[in-house]
Design a protein around this ligand. Structure first.
Ligand code: PLP
Length: 377
């Protein structure tokens, strides 16, 4: 058994059929598929509005801009994430105020958020929002984040790029805060090739995001009338068609993902040097990636090489954002600033994980990890 992919999209004839359908029409952008796709995304998140965009990153950018965050403002966010959740602040000159994460879920720690607000001193007035991420698909503590945002009059943004299909206390991910996003890169729960969607219940915010996605055009949608600085963040009909076919299969896609995760949970249970992904009792998780943690970080590179020799690719998800060179340079971050994040970032590893992995393939990965136990220093 060799050359397992780390991730893989789950594409059927239905996806091919809908994309081809679009190709036989003259409408390759801004047509009926976009509206269908947006309706399906809104429903999945339990939101009133969905605005499809060209990537998850573009979605985060228009949210930050539509909320009026800009130069002189700061937003509290997590340093353990994919870089887009923090770059979207930098695009608008907003300062990221990183706070440390929970050691078990790797999500932003609400206690640390409160501490950052209490100790901000004269900087308190600059902090205008909280941007939290449902890391790897595990929901953040939305009950506490909502309470903190409400108490302090802060905007709240949910980066649910990794958590389509997950829920927190019975509420779907994508439904929290002023606005949220899903992302549709090929390794996500649902893909459009490239794509994303903004989710919100606010009519005003939705209208602004629609305008920003479409070159700043106003509600009349006159082609050459631009009422503000906007972008071309549109999602084509071809991408939307792919998304419609995937969303039609959402229950199936999520069930397949859950099945593979359960095989891993079983297969890794007795491997003593690893911690499988943690789940809080009041959440439902559909993993984006299946990430294990090494109790001793020195074991991680040994395991990566061992697995690579057996045809099993892995990736150290995620490195700490505050230690990226341009963040260090611009904001003066240094090692030791966020100890939990740094410990987690040095010891987590994503294993091969996709919908069509077989039980045998999962067992093969688990067997190779078990065999390594003897060889570890
Ligand atoms: C994938 C991802 C994004 C951005 O998605 P793109 O579609 O690749 O731009 C944003 N935030 C997180 C946490 C992600 O995992």
């Amino acid at each position: 058994m060799t050359n397992l992919p780390l991730a893989a999209p789950d594409i059927t004839d239905r996806e091919r059929e809908l994309v081809l359908q679009v190709l036989s029409t003259p409408m390759l952008s801004g047509g009926p598929m976009l509206q269908r796709f947006e309706g399906m995304a809104a429903k999945a998140a339990g939101r009133r509005h969905a605005i499809a965009v060209s990537s998850g990153t573009a979605g985060l950018h228009v949210i930050v801009r539509a909320l009026g965050l800009g130069v002189g403002n700061a937003v509290i966010t997590t340093p353990y994430s994919f870089i887009a959740s923090s770059n979207c602040l930098l695009y608008e000159g907003v300062e990221p105020v990183f706070v440390d994460v929970e050691a078990d879920t790797f999500n932003i720690d609400p206690d640390q958020v409160q501490k950052a607000l209490r100790s901000a001193g004269p900087n308190r007035g600059r902090i205008k929002g909280i941007l939290a991420v449902d890391i790897f698909g595990h929901p953040a503590r939305w009950d506490r984040l909502e309470a903190i945002a409400h108490e302090h009059g802060l905007k709240l943004i949910e980066d649910s790029a990794e958590s389509l299909g997950s829920s927190f206390q019975g509420r779907p991910c994508g439904s929290f805060g002023d606005a949220a996003i899903f992302a549709f890169y090929p390794n996500k729960q649902v893909t459009t090739g490239e794509g994303g969607v903004v989710l919100t219940d606010s009519e005003g915010l939705a209208e602004l995001c629609r305008s920003l996605r479409n070159q700043g055009r106003g509600p009349s949608n006159e082609w050459l009338e631009h009422v503000r600085l906007g972008y071309n963040y549109r999602l084509s009909e071809l991408h939307a068609a792919l998304g419609v076919a995937q969303m039609e299969r959402l229950a199936e896609l999520l069930a397949k993902r859950a099945r593979v995760a359960a095989w891993y949970d079983d297969g890794l249970g007795d491997i003593s040097y690893l911690t499988p992904p943690a789940r809080q009792s009041d959440v439902e998780v559909r993993w984006f990636v299946y990430v294990v943690r090494f109790k001793n970080p020195l074991h991680r590179p040994v395991a990566m090489e061992w697995l690579q020799e057996k045809g099993i690719p892995t990736r150290p998800y995620f490195p700490a954002l505050h230690l990226m060179p341009f963040y260090r340079e611009q904001f003066g971050f240094k090692p030791g600033d966020f100890p939990v994040t740094e410990a987690v970032a040095s010891s987590t590893l994503a294993l091969p994980y996709h919908n069509n992995m077989t039980h045998e393939q999962v067992q093969y990965v688990c067997d190779q990890l078990r065999a390594l136990t003897e060889a570890l220093p």
